[in-house]
Design a protein around this ligand. Structure first.
Ligand code: 5GP
Ligand code: ZN
Length: 142
């Protein structure tokens, strides 16, 4: 896609600090470096978000993530964990609409990456949760 910043990186039209590349997948350092080694993993094929993946593309991208994650972790003995984040849609903070996975190495609980999950479990009745399960299962592709 001609106006996509990540397609431009893939096509070598703009530079990147690439740590991994094959025919179908590329991984390069995120420009912001939330923590040192913050890396983006993405398919070379332009797809906007996770909702556009077919099974083949999912296998291609997901199969590369563990080895890239391990290489990042093994590159620095002070990395003790990693958050893997994939934002989909403006509401979910996606800002580049070429699907990608953030690999964010973690050094301490007090490094510069933060994420919070609220516990809203008391806000829903059993019936409401059962209905949620039913409606999701009805839409599950076989
Ligand atoms: P999103 O917000 O869509 O989940 O993540 C997009 C990421 O792309 C951001 O973390 C941002 O820093 C990164 N980014 C945007 N433009 C560039 C660029 O030109 N080069 C690199 N390496 N990263 C970029
Ligand atoms: Zn693209």
């Amino acid at each position: 896609m001609s106006e996509c910043i990540f397609c431009k990186i893939i096509n070598n039209e703009i530079p990147s600090r690439t740590v991994y590349e094959d025919d179908e997948v590329i991984a390069f350092l995120d420009i912001t470096q939330v923590t040192p080694g913050h890396t983006l993993v993405l398919p070379k094929k332009h797809v906007a978000d996770i909702f556009d993946y077919d099974k083949k593309l999912a296998e291609i991208v997901f199969s590369r993530i563990p080895k890239i994650a391990r290489a990042i972790k093994q590159s620095d003995s002070t990395i003790t964990g990693m958050n893997i984040i994939n934002n989909n849609g403006l509401v979910a903070y996606q800002s580049v609409f070429h699907s990608h996975f953030h690999l964010i190495p973690r050094y301490t609980k007090h490094d510069d990456f933060k994420i919070t999950f609220s516990d809203n479990s008391t806000s829903y009745t059993d019936d409401e949760l059962d209905r949620l399960v039913t409606s999701i299962k009805e839409k599950m592709e076989v």
